[in-house]
Design a protein around this ligand. Sequence first.
Ligand SMILES: CC(C)(COP(=O)(O)OP(=O)(O)OC[C@H]1O[C@@H](n2cnc3c(N)ncnc32)[C@H](O)[C@@H]1OP(=O)(O)O)[C@@H](O)C(=O)NCCC(=O)NCCSC(=O)C[C@](C)(O)C(=O)O
Ligand SMILES: [Mg+2]
Length: 349
Amino acid sequence: MKTARGFFKPLAIGAPAPWRELPARVERMIHFVPPHLEKVRAKVGEIAPTVDVILANLEDAIPADAKGAALAGTIALSREVDFAALGVGLWVRINCLNSPWHLDEVATLVEKAGDRIDVIMVPKVEGPWDIFYIDQLLASLEAKHGVTRPILLHAILETAEGVMNVEQIAGASPRMQGISLGPADLAASRAMKTTRVGGGHPGYRVIEDPHADGSPRVSVQQDLWHYTFAKMVDACAAHGIKPFYGPFGAIDDPVACEQQFRNAFLMGCAGAWSLHPSQIAIAKQVFSPDPTEVAFAKRILEAMPDGSGVAMIDGKMQDDATWKQAKVMVDCARQIAAKDAEYAALYGF
Ligand SMILES: CC(C)(COP(=O)(O)OP(=O)(O)OC[C@H]1O[C@@H](n2cnc3c(N)ncnc32)[C@H](O)[C@@H]1OP(=O)(O)O)[C@@H](O)C(=O)NCCC(=O)NCCSC(=O)C[C@](C)(O)C(=O)O
Ligand SMILES: [Mg+2]
């Protein structure tokens, strides 16, 4: 383990000092773009003002023979759209660390777009050693190319070993911005017998005991991901970084997508991925707290100005702990309102 002071020392001479606090950013949806497709890339300028983050994807879903074009497309994208002026994050998902592509990708990204990329997403992170490696590599490249703002790291949790080590991954570097669930690779890694990208499964359920009269037994579908998800959320919260739900592959099922996103939101996630333009509005609505809940939270804060004691509001007991929950809700709404005029009006800020 590094010493407490050592943790915040730059890892290369001339590299920028690591972040001590994460920059405060609204990241309700991470919108995935295949950057090798010129047709899709051309539309990013139009989509960007409607999202919080645009992610150029270099990994899975990009054919092996298009990896170079995707990297070139990412650099072009970083120049074509002024993401910083729009208040939109620019993220890149690189190929995994045991692939032949990641080294050239990281080198090219830092050299050609190091001052414009906010976050690099690293897939299939197995343990803290993967983060140590990429942390050092980034510091060396940032120093070499005079990048003054450290690029943050986001890990995808998509192997059984990664889940086992999630706490150490979350705390491996001050560059860690967050972690997303990668349900498709994780399912394969665990030998789960599914063929989906996230969401539930009709076969995973609980059933009530047989009735004496033989009448039908109630059976309810359960959440396949709850254990992994809760483990990830606690690891992130404990280390002061952000948990995210990952992708929802059934583009044709917006109802289930919304439910999956809402479960993640209620459990503490900051956002989810949008793979298709139709999922952007779903994520935006779900990850912006409900205005009615925000109004109630404001009443709690007003009823207990110093956050202590006890109060009754509409028959519900309020104390220091509900005050803290209310503060989480109101702070989140305030941050969103500062970025999004539509929600500022809904929240009355
Ligand atoms: C699913 C696909 C193939 C359906 O693409 P489509 O063309 O069939 O859909 P469409 O409904 O016909 O598209 C309508 C319009 O939207 C456009 N469009 C469509 N998608 C986008 C987009 N993302 N951004 C911007 N524009 C988009 C599309 O080009 C079209 O434009 P047009 O009307 O002008 O012709 C397509 O949406 C797509 O490629 N999405 C991204 C897929 C992706 O990134 N997958 C990897 C992430 S999930 C993952 O990796 C798993 C994980 C974490 O690793 C693990 O769990 O293990
Ligand atoms: Mg994956």
